[in-house]
Design a protein around this ligand. Structure first.
Ligand SMILES: C[S@@+](CC[C@H](N)C(=O)[O-])C[C@H]1O[C@@H](n2cnc3c(N)ncnc32)[C@H](O)[C@@H]1O
Length: 276
């Protein structure tokens, strides 16, 4: 069952988005030219917590069958340009395009990460930039969702890529994404698992870690993220509303990282930092 919560936003939109994602919303849809937003959950959202965190008017909460939600998602999925090199296309659409972009085929399921959200695109931009400027032999995608950022890393030539998420829904999505994109020849050393950052399957240190999660979660995970970085390694974080950029930059600095640059799209930012 999927729960659709419709709210009228009184707090600013990025605060509402962040709180709803924190509560477990799988996707959010803004109604054009209004302050209405729909949030989709796979379990009943905690409205008490929601009302404590942000100012909203709760207009309705409805349920639909998971199959209907997936169908709706698929019907409304349009090609999305990511970074300078990629386009995400629904698996069932013709991939013939005239430009030089790589067409990544994706079947939207229950995991986050079609490229439709600013934060995914910001991380992809940083992955393109960093792999162009530095020799990156390994990438860890923490909170990989569909695995799109991990696949992009592999297509950018990173020889070893590991994707992980704690949500079991992601496993099928990553497997499918890999199967549907074999024709793009991702590097063979591409692994994924469902678990935590303590999992031994993570293995050795990484030249680059990308974590598009939420600021609160990133803060909790920062000691582990730093532990898994090689000296001089690169950390890309997003899931951060632009209003909280300073807070995120300070958190990175407090964990021994040196801020390199910040990218913004809409009301979201991504930060790139390096370990001393
Ligand atoms: C905003 S989505 C990002 C998905 C994808 N990386 C992208 O950029 O499109 C955040 C993902 O982080 C996962 N996540 C949240 N907390 C986590 C944790 N502590 N450990 C691992 N994954 C986590 C969620 O399940 C979700 O799939």
């Amino acid at each position: 069952m999927i729960y659709i919560l419709t709210i009228e936003m009184i707090s600013i939109a990025s605060e509402c988005e962040e709180t709803l994602f924190n509560l477990g919303a799988q996707s959010l849809v803004f109604e054009a030219e209004s302050s209405l937003m729909k949030a989709y959950f796979s379990y009943p959202p905690n409205l008490e917590v929601l009302k404590k965190k942000i100012q909203v008017e709760i207009l309705s909460i409805e349920t639909i069958r998971e199959e209907d939600w997936l169908k709706h998602n698929r019907d409304s999925f349009q090609p999305i340009l990511i970074g300078q090199h990629f386009r995400v296309l629904p698996t069932w659409k013709d991939g013939e395009t005239e430009d030089q972009r790589w067409n990544i085929r994706l079947n939207p399921g229950l995991a986050f990460g079609t490229g439709g959200h600013e934060t995914t695109r910001l991380c992809a931009h940083f992955l393109e930039k960093i792999t162009q400027e530095f020799k990156i032999d390994s990438v860890l995608d923490v909170g990989c969702g569909t695995g799109l950022l991990a696949l992009i890393s592999s297509l950018l030539g990173v020889p070893k890529v590991v994707a992980m998420d704690h949500d079991p829904n992601c496993e099928n999505c990553i497997r499918e994404l890999l199967e549907d994109n074999q024709h793009l020849n991702p590097k063979p050393d591409f692994r994924y698992f469902i678990g935590s950052l303590d999992d031994p399957r993570i293995g050795e240190g990484y030249d680059c870690i990308v974590a598009n999660i939420l600021l609160e979660t990133i803060n909790e995970l920062l000691p582990d993220l730093v532990r898994h970085l090689n000296p001089g390694g690169h950390l890309i974080v997003s899931g951060i509303p632009s209003s909280r950029t300073d807070e995120a930059a300070i958190d990175l600095t407090l964990h021994g990282l040196q801020l390199q640059s910040i990218l913004t799209e809409g009301s979201w930012v991504a930060l790139h930092a390096r370990l001393h």
